[in-house]
Each structure stands twice: as C-alpha cells, then as structure tokens.
Design a binder for this molecule. Structure first.
Ligand code: HEC
Length: 206
C-alpha cells in the first residue's frame, strides 16, 4: 500500500516537472528503467546473450518452415521440366472461379479492366502505360503455365503479383481469365437453341 503511494507521488512529481522545462537536453529521469536496460536483441548489433554473439540464430539442421516448403512442381512454378504447363493443375470449381473473380478484379482490373480488354483506370490516367488486351488470340492461346508465370513475375512493363497471390490464388485467376476469354469469344451457338431467337448477336467483342 505504502509503496503504491510513493509511486503515485513520484509520477505526479515527474508530470509536474515535465511541464516546466523548455527544450530538454538531459535524458529523462528513469524511475523504473528495467525494460530499457534489460538484455535484448538490437538489429544489426552483436549480443552477449550467446557465445557466438549472433542475434539471428541458425535454425537446427534439417528444419523446414511450416507453410514455406515451395517444392518445384507444376503447381508451384507453372512449369513441367523446362516447359510451361499447358493446362492448369487445379480443377476448376465454382469456388475456384469465385476466388479468381475477386482476385482478378482486385489485382488485374486496375490496368486490364474487369473485362480484360485493357481499358482500366491506370491506362486511362496514364495513357503511356498500355496493358495488353487479354482477349486477343495470342493470349487466348497462351499456355496456362505461361499466364501463371506472368502473374508471378510480371513481364516487360507489367509488375509482378506473386507476392499478393499464392500459387492456388494465381491458378484461380488463370481459371477466371479463361472464363472472360470464353465469354468474349462466345458465338450464337453457345446460347441454348430455344433461346437463340430471343438474342441479338453482334459478333465477338474483341
Ligand atoms: C499495373 C498495371 C497492370 C496490372 C495491375 C496487371 N497488368 Fe498485366 N499487363 C500490364 C501491361 C502494361 C502489360 C503489357 C506488358 C508489355 O508487353 O510490356 C501486361 C501484359 C499482360 C499479359 C500478356 C503478357 C505477354 O506475354 O504479352 C498478361 C497475360 C497479363 N498482363 C495478365 C495480367 C493478370 C492476370 C493480372 C492480374 C494478376 C495483371 N496482368 C495485372 C499491366 C498490368
């Protein structure tokens, strides 16, 4: 009880003094300096807590960080040996397309726009930086692994998006991009026969 009173008085005195000074040159009075002066790691400094003075400890031999085992396989690299995989290793489901949809709209549409034609906000504001029209035949014909690679590392003037999208997310984007391309290249024969007469068809929107 008495100790608590002393602490309160000390705090009140410190607050009072702090209010009086102008430019303070002396370091503040340390009443309980326990944390400031305890032994701890400081970036880029040696430490006497370990015999070898290193702060960054080497992990024990053979240790693998959980969730970071990026094996070189088609799923993680989009490559099969030295070739891009032709078809995505991920089965297309509704959940995959839903994931790909919002990811495309978040990470790709600022430049490529939500239809993939390449008329997003960025080229609108900065006409010198024109993205690729993703509905063009050259991109429709690209291997799935090639597009996966573009998302992971970027290409020429396009920046990479591998940091924001894990491999499964990138495959979801590829799957959704294929949906956009399929829609852009749809023909009247894609409409069920009984509805064809009610549709006005103006040709592909490429
Ligand atoms: C900051 C703007 C920007 C964003 C965001 C962006 N791209 Fe691009 N993208 C570009 C530009 C610019 C090019 C043309 C690059 C060139 O040829 O110099 C391009 C080209 C491409 C190409 C063609 C590559 C080739 O081989 O010619 C593909 C495929 C592509 N983008 C897919 C995507 C996908 C998928 C996303 C979303 C994950 C995305 N882009 C996000 C700007 C962007």
């Amino acid at each position: 009880m008495i100790a608590t009173h002393y602490k309160l008085i000390a705090i009140a005195a410190m607050l009072g003094l702090a209010g009086c000074s102008g430019i303070q040159r002396d370091p503040p009075l340390q009443v309980w300096p326990d944390m400031r002066y305890q032994k701890k790691f400081k970036p880029q400094r040696s430490t006497d807590l370990f015999a070898d003075q290193r702060e960054s400890r080497r992990p024990p031999e053979g240790v693998i960080a959980r969730g970071h085992m990026n094996e070189e396989n088609p799923f993680n690299t989009g490559m099969d040996g030295k070739l891009y995989v032709g078809k995505s290793p991920v089965k297309v489901t509704e959940a995959v397309l839903t994931e790909g949809h919002w990811r495309f709209n978040t990470y790709c549409s600022p430049c490529h726009d939500e239809t993939g034609l390449g008329k997003g906000m960025v080229p609108k504001r900065w006409p010198a930086w024109q993205p690729q029209n993703l509905m063009e035949d050259r991109i429709v014909e690209m291997a799935d692994g090639d597009i996966f690679n573009v998302i992971t590392y970027g290409r020429r003037t396009m920046p990479p998006y591998g940091f924001q999208n894990r491999p499964e997310d990138r495959w979801a984007i590829v799957a959704y991009l294929r949906v956009l391309q399929r829609a852009a290249h749809g023909t009247i024969n894609d409409v069920p026969a009984e509805l064809q007469s009610s549709v006005q068809y103006k040709g592909s929107n490429q």
